[in-house]
Write a protein that binds this ligand. Structure first.
Ligand code: NAP
Length: 369
């Protein structure tokens, strides 16, 4: 099968580098275009990027020239599938320009996650929300040529929601109380100064608690016509930065709408296989995996389960305030960012939503827009 050409916006950053790593040998996608800030444009990727990953930078990528970060001015053809790993302010300006140029923008940023017609998606949780693309891609400002923006959640929300979804489906969720211990790579590069984080915990991450609370409600919400009805549950988050390189750990207490036993909760997690049989290359066999060890999950030991795409749950026990409590751990730059976006692209491909990009809408659709 011929691979589809893709581009990466923000290719030199922490998440951008994970995109390079995950897409370099991808069976469906081929990296054909890279962009970053104006500081990097015109340089080779090898010159512009401070490569921080444990696998070597592929030589063919190192030799690629960083393109201007606009849809115009590219040497050769602009790929119609753009992965974006930009800060929210930059994303707010740039992502709509690529959607208007007929691209599928598969974004990591928070800029558009809560916009009503922008899908916020974890394929195992709410792939049906991708139906919002139809309304969005006929917006006037999107040029009526099939472009759109699809987002994945914040890195700490993803682990939490993967653990909650099987319980929400079987028992319903009334309230969630979560405290995070988030890795430094979640703050981008160079991130938190070493003198602030070494031997320390920082009990504040700007806008993170608000993002977790609202994004969880949208992800677990219900598609109703062309909008999402938010989950009717209380979610309260405390977010902390800790001196861990990769992997966000979260302590969670939940109140369920229907009482559940420990065995029922464990069964809900282990039987959660919504993508089984779909053969998406980045989907882990087990999206939520329980570890019965008394002191697990731990970031160093468990973050790479399912090639960094599995959320590991552990320490399930009764909670004297709510019903149950447990710990969940997920890799913040793989499942929490680049891997999440690549999986979004794979489900979009499976659903045929990457097939009509850059194609002008029919006159009837253009009039509706
Ligand atoms: P980062 O390491 O700071 O990288 C930022 C990237 O954006 C770099 O490639 C940078 O290019 C580029 N850039 C900066 N200013 C630009 C501009 N004006 N125009 C175009 N490109 C520009 O950040 P990150 O950690 O990769 O995060 C990227 C996004 O993903 C953020 O929205 C973040 O919230 C989100 N995210 C991150 C994580 C995580 O765990 N790190 C998880 C989930 C979501 P230069 O090298 O040229 O400066």
């Amino acid at each position: 099968m011929e691979r589809r050409k893709v581009g990466i916006l923000g290719a030199t950053g922490m998440v951008g580098q994970r995109f390079i790593q995950l897409l370099s040998n991808h069976p469906w996608f081929e990296i054909a275009w890279l962009a970053a800030s104006d500081r990097s444009a015109g340089k080779t990727y090898g010159e512009a990027c401070r490569w921080k990953l444990e696998t070597p930078l592929p030589a063919n990528i190192a030799a690629m020239t960083i393109q201007p970060n606009v849809p115009e001015g590219t040497v050769g053809e602009l790929p119609k599938i753009i992965f974006a790993a930009l800060d929210a302010d930059v994303a707010r300006e740039l992502e709509p320009k690529f959607a208007a140029a007929g691209c599928a923008v598969i974004s990591n940023s928070s800029a558009f996650r809560m916009v009503a017609d922008v899908p916020l998606v974890i394929p195992e949780v709410n792939a049906d929300h991708l139906a919002l693309i139809e309304a969005q891609s006929t917006r006037k400002e999107n040029g009526g040529n099939g472009g759109y923006i699809v987002t994945n959640p914040n890195c700490s929300t993803i682990g939490l929601v993967l653990a909650l979804k099987p319980l929400a489906d079987r028992f319903g969720i009334e309230s969630v109380f979560v405290t995070t211990m988030q890795a430094v790579s979640g703050a981008g590069y160079p991130g938190v100064p070493s003198l602030d984080i070494l031997g320390n915990v920082v009990p504040f991450i700007k806008n993170e608690e608000e993002k977790m609370e609202e994004e969880a409600s949208k992800l677990l919400g219900r598609l109703s016509g062309a909008k999402i009805e938010m989950l009717d549950a209380k979610v309260s988050a405390h977010c902390n930065r800790v001196a861990v390189e990769d992997g966000h750990t979260e302590c969670v207490s939940i109140k369920l709408r229907t009482k559940a036993t420990r065995e029922q909760i464990l069964a809900a997690w282990s039987e959660f296989e919504p993508l089984r049989g779909k053969h998406l290359p980045t989907a882990p066999a087990q999206p939520v995996e329980f570890d019965g060890g008394a002191d697990r999950p731990q970031p160093r030991l468990d973050r790479m389960r399912g090639r960094g795409m599995t959320a590991t749950v552990g320490r399930l026990r009764e909670c004297s305030l709510l019903d149950w409590k447990f710990v969940v751990l997920s890799h913040n730059t793989i499942r929490g960012a680049a891997g999440a976006a690549v999986l979004n692209a794979e489900i979009l491909a499976l659903l045929g939503k990457l097939d009509k990009l850059g194609v002008a809408a029919t006159p009837a659709v253009a009039v509706m827009a």
